[in-house]
Each structure stands twice: as structure tokens, then as C-alpha cells.
Design a protein around this ligand. Sequence first.
Ligand SMILES: C[C@H](O)[C@H](O)[C@@H](O)C(=O)CO
Ligand SMILES: [Mn+2]
Length: 413
Amino acid sequence: MTKQNYDTARAIFADWGVDAEAAMERLARIPISMHCWQGDDVVGFEARTGASGGGIQTTGNHPGRARTPDELRADLEFSYAQIPGSHRLNLHAMYLDTDATPDRDEIEYDHFAPWVDWAREQGLGLDFNPTFFAHAKADDNLTLSHPDAGIREFWIEHGKRSRDIAAKMGTELGSACVNNIWVPDGFKDIPVDRMAARARLEASLDAMLASPQEHMLDAVESKLFGIGVEACTVGSHEFYLGYAIRNKTLLCLDMGHFHPTENVADKLSSVALSLDEILLHVSRPMRWDSDHVILLNDDILAMAQELIFSDLLDRTRIGLDFFDATISRTAAWVIGTRNMQKALLRGLLMPKAQLQSAESSLDYTQRLIVTEEVKDLPFGAVWQEFCDRHSAPEGLMLMKTLSEYDRSVASRN
Ligand SMILES: C[C@H](O)[C@H](O)[C@@H](O)C(=O)CO
Ligand SMILES: [Mn+2]
């Protein structure tokens, strides 16, 4: 039945001048960097207690949170098996796997080596992030921009070590590892010396990134505001856009880090004119940076279409950033990642040449007719075929598989 549906769909897309086989082939080559922190509510495996801090907030208490690296890896293995294609894992520095208890300025590659061995076995690429939150030295909501030079030094050292670890991960796995820098630095109430804070952040970043590295890529992530840093975020969009351009790093655009009515997809072509590569944190901000699981909604579809229509797929690393502890954590990963893929597939199945030609000849009526008519095309049949070819379940079978796994981990407490 699926095969018949697909054959019909393929013919319908061909009528529109779209090659469904080519779309599936391209989709299979787009890795999504799935974030480890959805699996345990951004807690990590350090010997510490306490909330994430830094304005990041997970809510909910659904049973089954991964408590150890082994549990997290088991949950990831299950999740990747439900997601067609080959992907990456985005690891945070607080997810070390070791009996040692290094402080953040003492972390080394060996503390993460089990993750690399596992990633190799699983055929996954790895990305990395220094963790500048959930630590006593981040309690002021200031790290790299802290007025205290000792605190800045501590975090600079953490950042340098993270880059070393990312470079070694990239070397070991033969695939460049993106090391994404996000700091929570900011002010609850209106500051009077924004310039000093931003100058300190810039100097700290310069010190951290001073030594050239291979097999890793530096990325910087801006933010508009967070809980507790409502008045000013030191690493704002303008700050990091300039920094990334000047220093040739990747710029990370997190969809939750802008004013809620801003169209983040619209930013891609603008920043791509000044940057070599972009990192995305695909997320769903609901009224604020709430990090809801991404849906196949207009924002995600627009983001995917923009990547494809602006020819940015080869210059963009797609990472995810959501965490919801009110639902099955593995289902959240699977649904969110598959939604990103579905959005990309839809973009790849659009009659791009026809649409762009209508626009360039100012035939906006034709552009409107096409954008609206193609909404009825059988995208689902191509997605089913894609899942089938990659041995990933869909529909009722996916539902059953996700529920069974969720029940199997429910006794964790
Ligand atoms: C855990 C991540 O580093 C974090 O979500 C960051 O990327 C962010 O978006 C903070 O709001
Ligand atoms: Mn993010």
C-alpha cells in the first residue's frame, strides 16, 4: 500500500517538475544534531545538585529521566532507531562520563572518551558545548563578562578545554565537531555600563579562541533575554553577529532567542552574506524562550524552505534545542527530530525553480497560486517511503514503539 501511494505521489510531484527520489536522496544526507539535554532535563552527570540556572528552565516530572550516561545512551539509541538517516549528538560539557570529579576548568578529553567510543560504534558525529551555567561561579549570571578577573579566567579555561575536547572528538570521529558557546551573562535590572560588560565578554572570547584548532568549528550563540536577565543580555544578537563576522566563527541562531514576532528564517540569507557557516538551534518559543518540542508548524517549514531556497544546506549545521519534562523524553526527541526532517523534505519537494521564476518576473499571482496549490501535494506518502527505506516506523507503529519504550523506563526515579 505504501509503495503504491509513493508511486502515485512521485508521479504527481513529477508533474510539478519535482524529483521525489532526488529529494529523499538529499534528505538522507542532512544530519541533525540531536541535543543530549532533552534526555535528562538539562541536569548532566557532574557530582553536584541544583537547578540549571542561567535562565534555562525545564518543567515537568514525567517518569523515566535518564540518570546515568548509560541510561542516556540507551535512550538515545532507541530514539535514533526511530529517526531515518544518520545523525549527530550534541553533547554538553556537564555530561562527562567518568568516576573523576573534575571542576569545569579541569575537564579533559578522557572524561568524554566513552561518548566517542559509543558514537563511533553508532556511526554518529559529535558536537560539543562548554557549560557556562549550573555552577557556583555562574551564580551571578555573569561568567566570561564577570568584573572579577579570577572568575573570567576560570571560565576562559573551561572554554579552552572544551575546544581541545571538541577538536579531539572531531579528529577521532573524522567529522568536524562544532563547539557552541552560549553564556548566560546578563542583568536582571537596567545596567549602567553595558559597554564594559561587552568589552569583557569580547576579551574573554578572544582569549578562549586564540589558539587555532583543527577538526572543530567555533560557534557563538546570542540571546535576547532569560529568566533573571530580563534587562540586558551581554551576548546579544548584534554583539555576536559582529563577533562572528570579525572572527570567522559560526553564528548560532536559536529560534527562541529573538522577539517572539521575529521571523528567524528571514535572518538566514542576511547573515549568510557575511558568514561562511551558520549553526541553528531549532526550537519552539511559546511566548518566551520556552524550548517546546518543535512541531511541523509554519516557523519550522519556513526555516527549512529558506535553507533550501537560499542554497544554505551545505553551510548550515542543524542543531535542535528543546526540552520538555512533561512528556516522554524519548518521544520528544523522536517527534521533534522527525519534524525537522519532515520540514526539510517538504522544502525539498517544493517546485523551487517555478516559484523563483514567478517571483523574479514579478508574477506574484503565479507565486501565490503555486504556494497554495502545492499545500495539497502528497508529502506524507514520500515521507512514509523515506521511513520505509530507512527502516524507521511511522504512524501507528511509531506510536506503539514510543509508548512501549516510555513504559519500559518509567520505573526510573
Ligand atoms: C543547553 C543549551 O546550551 C542552551 O539551551 C542554550 O543553547 C540556550 O539556548 C540557552 O537559552
Ligand atoms: Mn540554544
